[in-house]
Design a protein around this ligand. Structure first.
Ligand code: S5P
Length: 264
């Protein structure tokens, strides 16, 4: 299916090049799944990419949870994700002043050199986004930022006025590809979509086909409901990597999210 037909107004109105890249991959794979590969070893992540990469559009990582991290082995992860046609998305949740965020994009993990997308909080103000963009510029790469406008964890402090200020920061920067929204709540998502409009993506964690609650305060909603409420990508971790059959699970999340997009 052609991306502009599947995505409609979103295709026409999103300006960030990586949003189009994502929408194209989603159409190729018939899936809106972003894989949260929350595993502590490079071998485990590699295996997961091999197993489910065909049904997943982006690999979301937390590099700082990987034991014995080194750039050489990480290069293999990056290579195999790219070979499977996935975007690389480091969920670093930056939150510092601009200059420090720019420096943190380098360092041991050298996120700027391989990540296409990163998450950032907006709590420190708009300069954090400029710092991240400057870091990609330093290595002559283009990247996109997803700002946390909502969270899925219970009792989080991202209330409506904070969400609105976050959207203001996002609107002012071409580097902000979109926002993280709360996938566990259809009503919160509809509200977020109405404020965001068509020009930015909303990606949502907090989705699971079977569980309603995760460990340590994680909340879950149904992936199809999230997409029907305005989400453009479902971020799935445990639902896939903790499943007894990750391949079938990835297929189910793919078809549930893709079906909901076509319905939308
Ligand atoms: O509000 C949020 C934002 C994020 S990015 N809630 C989240 O759970 N996440 C991330 O999504 C979290 O860091 C984890 O990697 C993933 C959810 O994993 P799951 O196992 O609950 O599906």
């Amino acid at each position: 299916m052609k991306a502009e037909d599947a995505w409609g107004a979103r295709w026409a109105n999103c300006a960030h090049p990586l949003s189009h890249e994502f929408m194209r991959i989603a159409c190729d794979k018939e899936s809106l799944v972003v894989l949260a590969a929350d595993l502590p070893t490079i071998g485990g992540i590699m295996q997961l990419i091999e197993d489910v990469g065909d049904h997943v559009c982006a690999l979301k990582t937390h590099v700082d949870m990987v034991e014995e991290f080194n750039m050489e082995d990480w290069g293999r992860v990056v290579e195999s994700a790219r070979a499977k046609g996935m975007l690389l998305f480091e969920d670093r949740k930056f939150a510092d002043i601009g200059r420090v965020a720019q420096t943190q994009m380098g360092g041991l993990y050298d996120i700027r050199s391989w990540a296409d997308l990163v998450t950032s909080h907006s709590v420190s103000g708009p300069d954090v986004v400029d710092g991240l963009a400057a870091a990609w510029e330093d290595v002559e790469r283009v990247g996109g930022v997803l700002l946390l406008a909502q969270m899925s964890s219970s009792g989080n402090l991202l209330e409506e006025p904070y969400t609105e200020s976050t959207l203001e920061i996002g609107r002012a920067s071409p580097h902000v590809m979109g926002y993280i929204g709360n996938g566990s709540s259809g009503s919160e998502l509809k509200m977020l979509r109405s404020k965001v409009g068509e020009g930015r993506m909303i990606w949502t964690p907090g989705v699971n086909l079977s569980a309603e609650e995760g460990v340590l305060g994680q909340r879950y909603g149904h992936p199809a409901e999230a997409v029907l409420s305005g989400s453009d990508a479902i971020i799935v971790g445990s639902g896939i990597h903790k499943s007894e059959d990750p391949i079938s699970a990835a297929r189910e999340y793919a078809s549930s999210s893709w079906g909901a997009l076509l319905e939308r």
